[in-house]
Design a protein around this ligand. Structure first.
Ligand SMILES: [Ca+2]
Ligand SMILES: [Ca+2]
Ligand SMILES: [Ca+2]
Length: 281
């Protein structure tokens, strides 16, 4: 009888332990990881974290062993196969090109994910970054994303191809002016949906039969033009600047100053109220 009770207690202990280790904040401790951020609404968005130090910080915040910080991201088009809101069943047309943490955030970067979706060109081209004041890290999971999985159901098949086909063209038109959701299938985040996106999509294809080839994408895999290379280089340099400035300003906040951590992404002038900054309690 006593032995049976001991075994029962042991099993219960193991059960409790296994539940604790599978909590939403410690679904994985290694990169790459998908981190879910919940905002007012409630709404959610997901960022992909590839830096182990950053992930460790996020796990500490999520589990409550470190104080909360703002999750600031640099915005790019394309859902990258993971950015969605499982609470409301939305798949977003954008993703985080860079991910940072900070204790200050200017009002211009505040909002909820549906604001970005509803005014995507303004957010990506003019604001450039997103830092919701109400954002909280609520889950951390292993990266199960697949490039080209536009409907984020774990495969790259005809359903994803159909989403791409609606938007695909050989003219390289900006995805903002195409049908709603076309920026979600922009795989190389250059704001158009063309044969480069199709070739990237085809590389991730998981269904048995080959995907049909669009007639204007039958040539060899397109190469990046000189202009395209120059633009990509500038974009990479700009991204590097953003990351460095963000980390520097986050690490050494000037006392009483109102310097937002993502100010370097501002591309145009804004009214004075846009410079309002709040500090995380
Ligand atoms: Ca899919
Ligand atoms: Ca593209
Ligand atoms: Ca393109």
């Amino acid at each position: 009888m006593i032995r049976a009770l001991r075994i029962t207690c042991l099993l219960l202990t193991l059960l409790v332990d296994s539940r604790a280790s599978a909590g939403p904040c410690d679904g994985t401790s290694t990169v790459p990881a998908l981190v879910t951020v919940r905002t007012a609404g409630p709404e959610q968005y997901i960022v992909r974290v590839v830096d182990q130090g950053r992930l460790d910080e996020m796990i500490d915040i999520c589990t409550g062993t470190a104080p909360p910080q703002f999750v600031g991201i640099g915005l790019a088009t394309g859902n990258a196969g993971y950015n969605r809101d499982t609470l409301n069943g939305n798949v977003w047309s954008w993703h985080a090109a860079t991910v940072g943490l900070g204790n200050m955030c200017a009002e211009i970067y505040d909002g909820v994910p549906s604001f970005i979706e509803g005014n995507l060109e303004y957010w990506v081209e003019t604001v450039g970054a997103f830092c919701p004041w109400t954002g909280q890290i609520v889950a951390i999971d292993p990266d199960s994303s697949i490039p080209g999985d536009f409907d984020i159901d774990g495969d790259v098949d005809a359903d994803d191809g159909a989403l791409l086909s609606v938007c695909l063209g050989d003219a390289g038109n900006p995805c903002y002016g195409l049908a709603q959701g076309c920026c979600a299938v922009d795989m190389d985040s250059d704001t158009d949906v063309d044969c480069v996106d199709w070739y990237l999509f085809r590389r991730g294809w998981t269904a048995p039969a080959e995907p049909p080839t669009p007639h204007f994408c039958t040539a060899a895999v397109p190469t990046v033009s000189t202009w395209g290379l120059a633009i990509m280089t500038l974009a990479l340099l700009a991204t590097g600047t953003l990351t460095i400035r963000t980390r520097q300003q986050t690490r050494i906040p000037p006392p009483g100053a109102c310097t937002p951590p993502f100010a370097s992404t501002r591309r145009t002038g804004h009214p004075p109220h846009d410079t309002l900054v709040i500090s995380r309690p």
